[in-house]
Each structure stands twice: as C-alpha cells, then as structure tokens.
Design a protein around this ligand. Structure first.
Ligand code: SF4
Length: 388
C-alpha cells in the first residue's frame, strides 16, 4: 500500500504569501500531525547548517515554523548538526534567537559524545552515532535537497546517514569505495603506463597511491565516469558501478542504524527541494541552482520522500547555463544528477537498496497540499488584454 508523501509546489496561483513554501510547510506539518505526536518528546531537528559562506541550506524561516509547531505540541525541540557546522551556524543566520530553540552539536563539542553500534558492512565493523541523536526521542529530518559528488544527490537519507555519525565513522564510510580492489598493479606495464593512466583524468580523480607505492588511487567524488582513463588503462584500473554503489549502501546502512534508535512512528522526514546546487552544503559555498525548484516534500517514510523528489526531478532539464564551467555533462542518460555526477552514481539504485534493507518503501502517493489552479479567464466578464 502506497505511503503518503505530502507535497507543496514551488508554484502558486495568486500572489499571496499563503501560497508560498513556508505556508505550504505549515500544511504539510498539519497533514503529518506533527503537533499531536511530539507531546513531552525531546525532538531533534536534524539539519545541515552548512559551513563557511554557504547560503542555500534550509532558511531559518522554515526551521522556525517546525520549531514553533513542536513547541505548540508540547515537545522540546533542538536543532542539531555536526559540530563544525553548529559552531559557525550563527554566521549563516542560525541562532537560538532566530530559530526559537537551542542548537546542539550532534556528536558533542569534540566528537566524544556518541554511542557505538556494532554492525559489519565492508570495512566497517561499528558505527558511532551522535549522542544528541541517540538521546532524542523524536526526529524531524529537515533536509535540503542538492547534488552530491559521491552519491549524485543528497536528501532525507543523506541528512541522516552521513550527518548523524562521528567524523571517524564518516571517514570509514567513504573508504568503502576502496574495499573491492579496482587497481590491478600487475597490469601496469611500467612507470610510463602508470603516469599515462593517472594523467588521463582531466579532473584529477586519479592520483599516486600514498600507501601503496607504484599503485594508483581513485577519488570517487571527482570522477564523473567519463571513461577517458579506460582508454589507456588496459585493465589496470577499473571504473565499475559496484564501487560507487558501495558508498551509497554504506550511507543507507548508517541511516538504518540511526533510525533504529527511534521508536516506530517517532520520525518525520521533510525535504526542501529548492536552490539545488551540484554540490552538497558541506562545501562551504553556494553556486547557482542546476535544476529548477521542485518544492517541499514531507512523509513518515524517508525512502518515499527521496523517491518522490527523484521522480519529480527526473525529467527536469539541467540548467546548463548555471553549471560551473569545469563540470562536464558526459552522458544524456539517467537522472539529471547522474548526468552531472556520473552514470554509476545512480539515485534509483540507492533507493532500491534503501528499500531492500527496510528503510522504507518506494511505493508512495503524492498528495498536493495546495494545488495550483490555473486562473479562469473564460468567464463572461472576461475582457481581452489590449496591446499598447
Ligand atoms: S572515468 Fe573519467 S573522471 Fe573518472 S577517473 Fe577516469 S578519466 Fe577521471
């Protein structure tokens, strides 16, 4: 049975604030019955507060509305994110005064406040989950949708899977890319061949392997799967979908472990798909949006909400005039995020895996909380516009 995903269109009929996204967020919170669910709950509002001079994260206007709703329902809200983002959040407009609640670093000031969950996934044997997350009894996942250099896009699952664990765990998660060998040193003929492979990448995605002299190292986040290196590698370096999927699966696995810390029904997922830049909010700067705004989505199911975003934007044209000049579109196949970041960074595969490990369902029903009505210009009183 499809789960509901409530959606607020970025478009409006009338020029009135009541039809804009903050007002539609209110309608989504009502449909999610947030107020009725948070009485006496300690509510973690997990966001990405960005860093340095980034400005495309979820605006405080939206956060404040969630905070007020939680308070009206008798909950105790706090906003949380990774320590370095919380430390400098005031520089980007996020303070207790603007948001209406405290801001806590999810893993403590020095990343020493965490709970260890034993779980094996490739090179990982345990996941360190932030103390602020673990000690909350209700979660509001308030995510900004954007592109991501390793996972093609970031939404509800990324905000949880990468944003609620320590830097140590996050670093190990990035290392899963290297778990299955992709460099075959025995096929590197000589130093000239090795240099030719390394230098064939125009993006600097291939470097010398510092821990294995004579080897090569691939930086997945720089690789857009253009396959130039494959023309010279002769099997010495492989660019394979499995390598890129591994990190996405690690992210889903982490999200699953984090969400397991909440009782059923004690989490909601809200994603704002506006100003979607090619890179995630970690980068500390904001570039132009590369696909049009898709609005605001809310559900009890993180997979459904991410799937709804991906489905809606699947045939959006890439705003190529807004792409940074060094970003090259090497394929016209797949989701726009695949076209931008690489065909093997497949958001549909990511969500299929999320469903397989029990994070939620891709079967959803999209419910428009305030449909856009086309103005009725066919009334009897209609007068033709008069060209000047
Ligand atoms: S596939 Fe393209 S981007 Fe990736 S490492 Fe090879 S040359 Fe670089």
């Amino acid at each position: 049975m499809p789960v509901p995903v409530y959606w607020g269109s970025p478009r409006q009929t009338q020029l009135t604030g009541a039809e804009t996204l903050p007002a539609k967020l209110d309608l989504i919170l009502e449909r999610l019955h947030l107020r009725e669910r948070v009485k006496d709950q300690r509510v973690a509002i997990k966001m990405h507060l960005g860093s340095d001079i980034g400005y495309s994260m979820v605006h405080p206007v939206f956060v404040r509305r969630v905070v007020e709703a939680v308070k009206e329902g008798g909950g105790q809200p706090f906003v949380t994110d990774l320590p370095h983002s919380v430390e400098t959040a005031y520089m980007r407009g996020y303070t207790a005064e603007t948001l209406g609640c405290p801001l806590y670093p999810s893993t403590g000031l020095d990343e020493k406040w965490f709970y260890t969950r034993q779980h094996s996934f490739m090179n990982l044997t345990e996941f360190e989950i932030g103390g602020a997350i673990r000690e909350a009894s209700f979660l509001v996942d308030l995510a900004h949708v954007k592109g991501h250099s390793s996972t093609a896009f970031g939404g509800a699952l990324k905000n949880i899977g990468l944003g609620c664990v320590t830097g140590t765990t996050r670093s190990k998660m990035h290392d899963v890319f290297h778990f299955v060998p992709y460099v075959h040193k025995e096929r590197i003929r000589d130093e000239a061949h090795r240099a030719a492979i390394r230098d064939s990448c125009p993006y600097g995605a291939i470097s010398d392997d510092r821990s294995d002299p004579g080897g090569l190292h691939l930086h997945d986040y720089k690789c857009n799967n253009c396959m130039r290196c494959q023309a010279v590698a002769d099997g010495a370096l492989e660019i394979r979908p499995e390598s890129f999927l591994a990190f996405m699966e690690a992210m889903n696995t982490s999200a699953r472990l984090v969400l397991d810390t909440f009782e059923p029904g004690h989490a909601v997922f809200i994603s704002l798909a506006t100003h979607m830049t090619p890179l995630c909010d970690c980068y500390g700067y904001t570039t132009l949006p590369v696909i049009a705004d898709a609005g605001i989505f809310g559900s009890d199911d993180p997979v459904a909400v991410d799937q709804a975003v991906i489905d809606m934007t699947n045939d959006f044209p890439i705003l190529e005039q807004n792409l940074p000049a060094m970003m090259e579109i090497v394929t016209r196949e797949g989701h726009p995020w695949q076209q931008i970041h690489g065909r093997f960074k497949d958001p549909f595969a990511l969500l299929a895996h999320a469903e397989r490990i029990g994070l939620g369902t891709r079967d959803y029903e999209l419910i428009d909380v305030l449909p856009v009505a086309e103005p009725d210009f066919k009334q009897d009183t209609y007068v033709q516009a008069q060209p000047i």
